[in-house]
Design a protein around this ligand. Structure first.
Ligand code: SF4
Ligand code: SF4
Length: 90
């Protein structure tokens, strides 16, 4: 169910095919370099940021609302959705 650490839906990402990316959870580093959100999330052993006590932290918000690469907060909402689906599944 979880497609990324930050809430991006890799299945809907246009870079996926173009860059031959396997998706955030399947790669060690994204094609564009190293991602501090992915690194932080994995270091805390969360599946995604929505499981974090600091969610949504400044770093995640910076990524989500970035003028060029952000999505206006969509990924943060996705993390909330995943977290609530997981809490009802328990
Ligand atoms: S921005 Fe980082 S955490 Fe989000 S999908 Fe890309 S590599 Fe994963
Ligand atoms: S919400 Fe922020 S502090 Fe928490 S795992 Fe994600 S990037 Fe790290």
């Amino acid at each position: 169910m979880i497609e990324s650490r930050c809430g991006i839906l890799c299945s809907e990402c246009s870079y996926r095919e173009a860059m031959g990316c396997l998706g955030c959870c399947e790669v060690e580093n994204p094609f564009w370099g190293s991602c501090p959100v992915k690194a932080c999330c994995q270091q805390k052993q969360h599946e995604h940021c929505g499981q974090c006590g600091e969610f949504p932290c400044g770093l995640l918000k910076q990524f989500a609302y970035d003028e060029n690469e952000g999505d206006g907060g969509k990924r943060i909402e996705q993390c909330r959705r995943w977290a609530s689906l997981q809490s009802t599944a328990k």
